[in-house]
Structure formats: structure tokens, C-alpha cells
Write a protein that binds this ligand. Structure first.
Ligand SMILES: Nc1nc2c(ncn2[C@@H]2O[C@H](COP(=O)(O)OP(=O)(O)OP(=O)(O)O)[C@@H](O)[C@H]2O)c(=O)[nH]1
Ligand SMILES: [Mg+2]
Length: 232
């Protein structure tokens, strides 16, 4: 079995090394799981690419802007049977992805999203962001009747074949709404068994690319637009 970890980066020299180091490579070796780390870089001007390559990652450059755009390019290139995603800022529990993969396999699931609210380390999320997240998650639940607590989580664990059971990758949003859109698509897909599992949020390394108000508003508008276009 092959696992591809896909990580989008834009000037993350402070977080990318730590993020990759968190992966329990010993567990992968013991299990005989092949590990591919794919970094999708948005033309960083710092040492991100250099550090990623030194840590054994394959780096591809996607100069077009956007978090979603990076994933659309990265997921097309990912060869693993299982795909794991997350930010390059050391906030997501890459130290637990082997447990999440085991959970997916043992329960015969297809798509997992992670709920960071289960354990937020001290100082990892501001009150403003908690509130914004709550509004976005509630809106998503009501509009799409999907019962998840963390609509903005960027760590997903899924079988690559599920990408053939949702809308074509190129149709996904190029920006931050990609995160909520992939959850909507996966939870609503007929043949995809999806679940949200408790997870952890660590304190960020390096500067955020997210602009709270602008991106929060864009994410909210996106939910309504998607709901109007959506056909059950
Ligand atoms: N390739 C690429 N990566 C991006 C782009 N924008 C953001 N990223 C990366 O996508 C991930 C998510 O961005 P963040 O700034 O962490 O956004 P966030 O997690 O919502 O905000 P924080 O909670 O402050 O971390 C990070 O690893 C970024 O480096 C982009 O335009 N291109
Ligand atoms: Mg982040």
C-alpha cells in the first residue's frame, strides 16, 4: 500500500521541516506502507522548497494562486492508494496520521476529516477564529445537512479512488473554500463512507496566509452559492 501526503506551501520555511518530521516513518516502515510526500509550492521566496527536498519530499511548483488551486494540482499528481493532507505550518497532527490511516482501513471507510476542536493546544486558535469557524460550520450543517463540527479543517485522510466519485477536481474552488467543498462533496457522494474524527490543533509556526475577515466572508458566500447550484 502506498500513502501520499500532500502539503501546500507558500513561504513556510519555519513550519515545513517540523511538519514533515512529525510523520511516524518508523510505523510506516514496520507496516510496509510506502510513503510519498508531495509538497505543492506556490513559488515561495524563502527556503521552503529547499527544506522540503532535504526532508525527502517531492516538490512541485504551482505558481497559480490559491490553497484550492495547490490541492487541485497536487491531488492530480498523488499516486498513493491513501491520501493524507494538511498545512505546512505544523498545526496539524501529522504525528497521528498513522492512527488515522489505521482507523480508515479498520472501519472500511473512504474519507475522514479531522475535528480540531476536540483538542486545541493553548494559543493555537484565537477567539475570533473560533467564532468564525462556528458560524461557518453551522451554516454548512444547515445548508447541506451534514453533521460535522469543523468545516475548515485542512487534514483529510481518504482513498484516492473517492476522487472519482465526486465532481471533477477542476470544478473545485481555487481558494480557501476548497476545504469545505471537499467535505460537502465527500459526505454527499453516494458511494463514499465519510466520517469526522477527533483531532488536535497545535500552535502555528510562521505567518498565516489566511486573511481572517476576507477569507471568512468568502467561505460563507461560497456555501450559499454552492447550495444554490447543488442538486440532490
Ligand atoms: N501553494 C500554495 N499554498 C498556499 C497558498 N495559500 C496558502 N497556502 C498554504 O496552505 C496552507 C494553509 O494556509 P494557512 O495560512 O495555514 O491558512 P489557515 O490554516 O486557514 O490559517 P492559520 O489557522 O492561521 O494557519 C499553508 O500550508 C499555506 O502555506 C497558495 O496560494 N499556494
Ligand atoms: Mg494553517
Amino acid at each position: 500500500m502506498k500513502v501520499t501526503v500532500v502539503i501546500p506551501t507558500l513561504n513556510e520555511e519555519r513550519g515545513i521541516g517540523k511538519t514533515i518530521d512529525m510523520i511516524n516513518k518508523e510505523y510506516f516502515r514496520k507496516k510496509g506502507w510506502e510513503l510519498e510526500i508531495l509538497v505543492v509550492d506556490g513559488n515561495s521566496t524563502d527556503k521552503t522548497r529547499e527544506i522540503a527536498e532535504k526532508k525527502g519530499a517531492k516538490v512541485i511548483i504551482e505558481p497559480r494562486k490559491g490553497y484550492g488551486r495547490a490541492y487541485k494540482t497536487g491531488l492530480r499528481e498523488a499516486k498513493g492508494d491513501i491520501i493524507v493532507t494538511g498545512d505546512a505550518d505544523a498545526t496539524y497532527p501529522f504525528d497521528k496520521i498513522h492512527e488515522y490511516i489505521e482507523y480508515l482501513l479498520n472501519n472500511n471507510l473512504d474519507f475522514l476529516t479531522t475535528n480540531r476542536f476536540a483538542e486545541i493546544k493553548k494559543g493555537a486558535m484565537s477567539v475570533k477564529h473560533r467564532f468564525g469557524n462556528l458560524i461557518l460550520s453551522l451554516t454548512l450543517c444547515i445548508l447541506f445537512q451534514i453533521w460535522i463540527k469543523d468545516s475548515q479543517s485542512g487534514m483529510w485522510i481518504f482513498r484516492r479512488e473517492t476522487l472519482n466519485k465526486v465532481q471533477p477536481l477542476e470544478k473545485f474552488d481555487d481558494g480557501m473554500p476548497f476545504s469545505e467543498e471537499i467535505k460537502i462533496e465527500m459526505f454527499k457522494a453516494k458511494d463514499v463512507k465519510a466520517e469526522e474524527i477527533p483531532s488536535t490543533l497545535y500552535v502555528r509556526e510562521g505567518e498565516a496566509k489566511l486573511q481572517s475577515f476576507r477569507d471568512g466572508w468568502a467561505n460563507l458566500k461560497f456555501l450559499f452559492k454552492k447550495r444554490i447550484r447543488w442538486r440532490y
